[in-house]
Design a protein around this ligand. Structure first.
Ligand SMILES: Nc1ncnc2c1ncn2[C@@H]1O[C@H](COP(=O)(O)OP(=O)(O)OP(=O)(O)O)[C@@H](O)[C@H]1O
Length: 514
């Protein structure tokens, strides 16, 4: 645990030091769970968004993108169920006065049991070496089986109680598990209460005419209310999808873990409209497709897993998360939900307008079913950033800090470095930049010895360093150094563009999904 915390602290401080993420309003001591993306962070975030948009919208003929407003008519949130049911169960500790999500306290308790299982697995793997079969061990080792059963039964009971709104039982569970306040160690808890996560605001100038509004807690509803507009104007035929990226706001009770859980964040969502009855098939297809998208980034198959939900939201008939191995363990990165016709039917009911599709093949009208994929852009950022940050032991007994971002996502693709600040080398470097900047985000750096500059670019995640030296004056060649291997090649300046394109183009990366 201590190592995990330490690694995570390194991630947070590296994000600040290298211009990725700052705390919002830091000069006023910050605002809890709100963050700003800095000069490198905003580029990385944009690149992740574009990588998603390319895969989702441009590469799928049957998916189009929209950009709906954050403000929506307040009835939207009545219809969607958010006014009545977008709650988290909260519990206060009477001694420390700290507030927690009751379900998170229980899940953290279960995570500790799961950590014990991992420990047993690691021990056994060491003991048995090559002969170790993890699956068999998990199924047959008595202690591990007991741990697993305990973890499952806790989660099942919690899911059931939350579903039945039995908050007294959630409190009993916390007491039975002897869960203490992580801050104070006290077990003096209040009852569990529901807390609505939507932020309210007002539209209009005068107090009398002002209308109560909400900042949207998810982007999905902007798509549902536009379903028929898009279908008609785009002449879309079912099955088809509508995608969008944009801000969402949730007044999270416990906002923690850096940009993992924020109060203002960005979602990338796609709602896929289908014939009723075909939801199982599409749900499976989208689960598979989304995992492939993640794997295309090459961050290791072992770092992802599916978590199928037992406890379903009020709108869903199936739901799964793609979990990623964050520095603090496996956690939800993306959700895939089979939302039935719940949202469109609710909007029909509350607006009094028909939201139906005439299926020319079946020759009938129906309210389509929906399978959605929903991923947090900030969470994806954290996944990519934390996975990429590595400390490497080098042959000469030094370590280097390197941010091995997938090159396609790296904020700056290349740094151009004149070996010295004289003899015309900076001029050549600037000329190279003039040419490359139309294709890539590139940077110039002439300060310090070249070795230090390499290290700086490694830590900032720049995949290539291009060094201009005296030989460049004679034969128009430079060295290009690869961040991950530290290998250097002598190449003609005229070849640079093609070399970089090959490594950073989305095509190369996204074709891995095929
Ligand atoms: N507060 C938040 N900060 C950052 N990202 C978030 C936040 N809430 C949700 N997301 C992202 O949006 C995605 C889809 O939202 P969804 O409503 O399914 O999340 P959720 O199940 O409520 O998440 P969680 O269980 O972590 O609260 C999540 O998978 C996550 O990546």
């Amino acid at each position: 645990m201590a190592k995990q915390e330490d690694d995570f602290k390194k991630v947070i401080s590296h994000a600040k030091e290298y211009g990725y993420v700052f705390q919002s309003s830091e000069i006023y001591d910050g605002l809890s769970a709100v963050y700003d993306y800095a000069q490198n962070g905003s580029e990385l975030k944009k690149n992740i968004r574009e990588y998603w948009w390319k895969a989702m919208v441009h590469l799928n003929e049957d998916i189009v993108g929209i950009d709906a407003a954050i403000f929506m008519h307040p009835t939207t949130w009545k219809a969607s169920g958010h006014v009545d049911a977008f709650n988290d169960p909260l519990i206060d500790n009477k001694d420390s006065k700290k507030r927690y999500r009751a379900d998170v306290l229980i899940e953290d308790h279960v995570a500790k049991i799961e950590a014990k299982i991992e420990k047993e697995v690691a021990k056994a793997a060491k003991r048995f070496g090559d002969a170790f079969d993890k699956k068999e061990f998990l199924a047959t080792n008595q202690r591990v089986v007991e741990y697993q059963e305990k973890a499952d039964s806790i989660l099942k009971r919690m899911g059931r109680s939350l579903e039945n709104e039995d908050l007294a039982d959630v409190k009993s569970l916390i007491e039975e598990l002897d869960i203490a306040c992580p801050m104070s160690g006290s077990k003096n808890w209040t009852d569990v209460k529901q807390f609505n996560l939507m932020f309210g605001t007002k539209l209009g100038a005068s107090a009398e005419s002002a209308m109560d509004l909400y900042l949207r807690p998810e982007t999905a509803q902007g798509i549902f209310v536009n379903f028929l507009n898009v279908q008609k104007t785009g002449r879309m035929k079912i099955p088809f999808g509508i995608a969008q990226t944009g801000k969402a706001f949730r007044n999270e009770i416990v906002a923690r873990q850096f940009i993992f859980r924020m109060r203002e964040f960005e979602q990338m969502e796609m709602q896929f409209f289908i014939r009723p009855g075909s939801q199982k098939e599409w749900y499976e297809k989208w689960k598979e497709n989304r995992l492939k998208w993640h794997l295309s980034l090459g961050m290791g198959e072992d770092n992802y897993r599916f978590h199928d939900h037992e406890k379903l939201a009020h709108y869903a008939d199936a739901a799964a998360d793609i979990e990623f191995r964050f520095p603090f363990g496996f956690k939800e990165l993306e959700g895939i939900h089979s939302r039935t016709d719940f949202d469109l039917s609710q909007h029909e009911k509350f607006s009094g307008k028909k939201l139906q599709y005439f299926d020319p093949e079946l020759k009938e009208n129906y309210v389509p079913y929906v399978v959605e994929t929903s991923i947090g852009l900030d969470r994806m950022f954290l996944a990519v950033f934390s996975h990429s940050l590595q400390e490497e032991e080098l042959d000469n007994n030094t370590t280097r800090t390197v941010l091995k971002l997938p090159a396609v996502l790296a904020p700056t693709k290349a740094a151009v470095l004149p070996l010295v600040k004289k003899d015309g080398l900076p001029d050549i470097a600037h000329k190279i930049i003039e040419d490359l900047k139309w294709d890539f985000n590139v940077t110039y750096d002439e300060k310090d010895a070249v070795g230090r500059r390499y290290r700086r670019q490694d830590a900032a995640g720049t995949p290539f360093c291009i060094t201009v030296d005296h030989q460049s004056l004679e034969d128009q060649t430079v060295t290009i150094r690869h961040r991950d291997t530290m290998e250097q090649q002598r190449v003609a300046i005229s070849e640079l563009k093609a070399i970089i394109h090959k490594e950073v183009d989305m095509r190369t990366w996204l074709q891995r999904m095929e």
